[in-house]
Write a protein that binds this ligand. Structure first.
Ligand code: SAM
Length: 223
């Protein structure tokens, strides 16, 4: 019997929660949430009231044993993050691995995650791609970029608005001016925008404006 459900939540548009996600969230004993305040707002919207326990990068090691023991003892839990699918550039991996090692049955519901719509809207090959998440900020960044310059699959990155320009400049340098790319901003939200162009043109475009919102960068692989 399933003890831990990994439950994706909307990345902007509340209507993207699935019917099954609501059913599961209503049925579990406890919800593990990255930010109990943010998730409280979401759960309230769907009229779900459940005990919340915080589970985030800063306590996931510390709370791990306790959660595993509770799951073994028969407590049913759902893991959610602030947005999208837990364990995708979010906490969750440690707990999933721990459940597997302890023979605790888990399920992961399919649902919202930012990189899939960004990849599809990029118009770049979807048959083979690599998800890189956030690039390292300092240590290992150049090495990573050098290696990725040889990557032939479509590449997907998560980025914050204040780092976008720096990243685009480096992409232009390492991958070349003419490499095709796509930038998706504010997916599923009111100001959703996707721009498909060369790295050079994207660089120029974003230099000329104030960059806001959440961003996914998709870059064509090396030909
Ligand atoms: N777990 C999430 C998922 O499944 O996509 C990702 C969480 S990660 C901490 C947050 C990053 O995801 C943002 O910096 C951005 O790169 C991307 N992201 C999340 N929501 C987005 C949206 N609505 N539009 C574009 N990018 C988004």
């Amino acid at each position: 019997e399933t003890q831990l459900y990994v439950v994706p939540t909307p990345i902007g548009n509340l209507e993207d929660i699935t019917l099954r996600a609501l059913t599961i969230l209503k049925s579990v004993d406890k919800i593990l949430a990255e930010d109990t305040r943010k998730s409280g707002v979401l759960l309230k919207h769907f009229e779900i009231s459940k005990p919340l326990q915080s589970y985030h990068v800063f306590n996931e090691h510390k709370t791990f044993n306790h959660i595993i023991e509770k799951l073994k003892g028969g407590e049913k839990m759902a893991l959610i993050s602030d947005a999208g699918t837990p364990a995708i550039s979010d906490p969750g991996f440690l707990l999933v691995r721990g459940c597997i090692e302890n023979n605790i049955k888990i399920e992961c519901l399919p649902g919202p995650t930012a990189f899939v719509p960004a990849l599809v809207k990029s118009g770049l090959p979807t048959d083979s791609f690599v998800f890189e998440g956030f690039l390292p900020h300092k240590k290992g960044r150049q090495t990573k970029l050098k290696a990725l310059a040889e990557e032939e699959r479509t590449m997907i990155f998560y980025e914050s608005p204040h780092r976008l320009l720096k990243t685009l400049e480096q992409f232009t340098f390492f991958f070349g001016n003419d490499r095709k790319a796509s930038i998706s901003r504010e997916l599923t939200k009111l100001h959703e925008e996707t721009i498909n162009d060369t790295l050079q043109n994207l660089n120029q475009y974003f230099k000329e404006q104030k960059i806001k919102g959440e961003i996914v960068i998709v870059v064509a692989g090396k030909k």
